[in-house]
Design a binder for this molecule. Structure first.
Ligand code: SF4
Length: 309
């Protein structure tokens, strides 16, 4: 069988080992070297252009059905639990906690739950929601298993590495939010980021008020492609008497975007996290669709005020 293997960045270090195993079983194996951001980002074009019979995507659960043979190989990571004891004194004021994690640690949720219950906490796990497939699982773009239990809990506890996943959940919830990083042996409340990111969003909106020409980002990635939204945004911008054009790429390169000097602002329709995490990487403000709506509303109010005065 002719196979294309695709690994997210953190697992690319094991790509050759897997390739050799599959080759030893009689397969012809190719490795995708493109950046990979999730199961929303299957290397389908590469698989088709090399005539692969199957794409094997490591590290993520299925995101959506596609018309190609894709095998998903989830990757469980057994993180050390020793750091949990550091969380208990910090959680003293909170009785009921909502526990969330990434797909790599979902298999550890029962052990985590047991630990917190033994320490007098009530633990709530949100149901799978949208693109997330497991109880308590969050994705960068799907934090329903946190936001749907916001009213039921006194605080949230995220278990896992990095800020990418907890940040999404943090911005869509209102309760104190404790992040436990088992590999860095770090436990801290990250609530202050709510204010930081709201301030950044406000700053982008204010900068975009002067924009006249908008570039709308449309990705070709299978799970992020949203042409309908890109077209709606273009229509709205044009209806407001401004210019808009849809810009197409697989992975957006911020230097190339910056070279498009005619655009005063960009609007994201790809991975929703781009307008949050990468907003500082472009010369012009990089807005979400909601932020653009705020810009258009404020522009229209300013115009009305000018006409009245
Ligand atoms: S957060 Fe972005 S990269 Fe991650 S799964 Fe969602 S759309 Fe894909």
């Amino acid at each position: 069988m002719r196979l294309l293997l695709q690994f997210p960045e953190g697992l690319k270090q094991y790509a050759l080992t897997y390739a050799k195993k599959l080759e030893a079983q009689g397969n012809e194996v190719f490795l995708s070297a493109s950046p990979t951001f999730g199961a929303c980002d299957l290397a389908l074009d590469e698989a088709r252009s090399i005539g692969a019979d199957k794409l094997i995507h490591f590290g993520h659960a299925e995101f959506q059905k596609v018309d190609f043979d894709v095998e998903y190989v989830e990757y469980n990571v057994d993180a050390p639990l020793g750091v949990l004891k550091e969380a208990i004194p910090l959680l003293t004021p909170y009785k009921t906690i909502g526990l969330v994690t990434t797909i790599q640690h979902v298999h550890q949720l029962q052990a985590l739950r047991g630990f917190f219950e033994e320490n007098g906490k009530e633990v709530v796990l949100g149901r799978p929601y949208g693109f997330a497939k497991k109880e308590g699982q969050i994705l960068g773009c799907d934090v329903g298993s946190a936001s749907t239990i916001d009213r039921k809990v006194d605080a949230f506890v995220y278990f896992g590495g990095g800020m990418f996943h907890p940040l999404g959940a943090l911005l869509n919830t209102t309760k104190p939010f404790l992040a436990i990083e088992p590999f860095a042996n770090k436990v801290e409340f990250i609530d202050y980021y709510r204010k930081v990111y709201r301030g950044r969003s406000k700053g982008k909106i204010l900068r975009a008020l002067k924009a006249k020409r908008f570039g709308i980002l449309l990705t070709t990635k299978n799970g992020q492609h949203n042409e309908a939204l890109a077209k709606i945004i273009k229509e709205r911008v044009e209806k407001a008497g401004l210019e808009a054009q849809i810009l197409v790429a697989n992975t957006f390169d911020f230097t190339s975007l910056d070279n498009m000097l005619e655009f005063d602002a960009f609007v994201n329709t790809a991975c929703p996290r781009i307008a949050i995490d990468d907003a500082g990487r472009t010369r012009a403000p990089l807005l979400s669709a909601n932020e653009l709506m705020d810009v258009l509303r404020m522009k229209s109010e300013m115009l009305q005020q000018r006409q009245q005065s």
